[in-house]
Design a protein around this ligand. Structure first.
Ligand code: ADP
Ligand code: MG
Length: 266
């Protein structure tokens, strides 16, 4: 079915939201300069009201990242949670449905800071990482605290970016995910929420799994089985595009989630 140009534009607007790198750029003018951040943020705070503003952490917690964490501020913006500043020696590398993730510059570590109301997931995810400790497919956890986790930084691309950029996802990569999930199950976890943004491929072809907060849920999750079936049926076929547009992947994900929700209600 051919969609008219106007409909395609609408879909792009709905599903093609700002990329993280562009967002970093917008923020970096203020984010890397503490003084101007404070001034401009004060004005912003006045406009949006304090009730909408939440610090990532209260200043009493003891960690070497205390100052940075205490300076992170989240603001509610049109129903979404926006990050208002990036600490000077941190680089924003990702955002998901519960957290912003930064690379600590000069270290091979990433810090995941959960925004409200998901702060409680930090401890849940930390417990899961403890169970997965020693399994090389998962990053090592160094520290966990109120609303944040410090783990290995994985230099690589998400499967989502691989598809968008035309980087091949091979049968071996898929088999590595299967192996990681099998080992996680053996460690007493229940793998859930396995989607393209939570699978990373390194430059050496190693697969890493992140975002395992939901690995302790009771419900069985079929997301990986569904993804794998899609891969086996369509990936590499003559009609499968070399690069898949991001907005198209977001539409597919949207309808997949919608169908799951509707089936769940029946
Ligand atoms: N350890 C890490 N190393 C490199 N990138 C990461 C790491 N953890 C998260 N990311 C990036 O940040 C994004 C969001 O992280 P994630 O843990 O999935 O957050 P959420 O729970 O909000 O979905 C990921 O999709 C990935 O791009
Ligand atoms: Mg995620």
């Amino acid at each position: 079915m051919l969609l008219p140009a106007a409909a395609i534009r609408k879909l792009r607007e709905r599903f093609g939201y700002v990329e993280i790198n562009k967002a970093t750029k917008i923020e970096s003018g203020t984010g890397r300069d503490q003084t101007s951040t404070k001034t401009s943020f004060a004005g912003y705070q006045k406009r949006v009201g304090k009730a909408n503003v939440k610090k990532a952490m209260n200043a009493e917690t003891s960690t070497i990242y205390r100052d940075e964490l205490a300076n992170i501020v989240f603001v509610k913006q049109g129903g979404k949670i926006a990050l208002k500043n990036t600490p000077a020696n941190w680089e924003l590398i990702g955002k998901g449905r519960s957290a912003y993730v930064f690379k600590i510059i000069g270290e091979q570590r990433a810090i995941k800071v959960f925004y409200p109301p998901f702060e409680h997931l930090a401890m849940e995810e930390a417990r899961n990482y403890e169970k997965a400790a020693g399994i090389s497919f998962f990053p090592r956890l160094y520290e966990a605290g109120e609303g944040y986790l410090v783990m290995d930084f994985i230099r690589g691309k998400t499967f989502f970016d691989c598809l968008a950029e035309g980087v091949a996802i091979t049968r071996d990569h898929v088999a590595q995910v299967d192996k990681a999930l099998e080992l996680a199950r053996r460690a007493g976890l229940n793998p859930s929420d396995i989607h393209l943004h939570n699978l990373l491929l390194t430059e050496t072809g190693a697969v890493r799994l992140i975002d395992i907060a939901r690995f302790s849920q009771k419900k069985q999750c079929t997301q990986w089985q569904d993804l794998k079936r899609g891969y086996e049926r369509h990936y590499g076929q003559y009609y499968f595009p070399k690069r898949v547009p991001k907005w198209l992947m977001r539409i597919v994900a949207y309808f997949y989630q919608l169908r799951k929700r509707l089936n769940g209600k029946q």
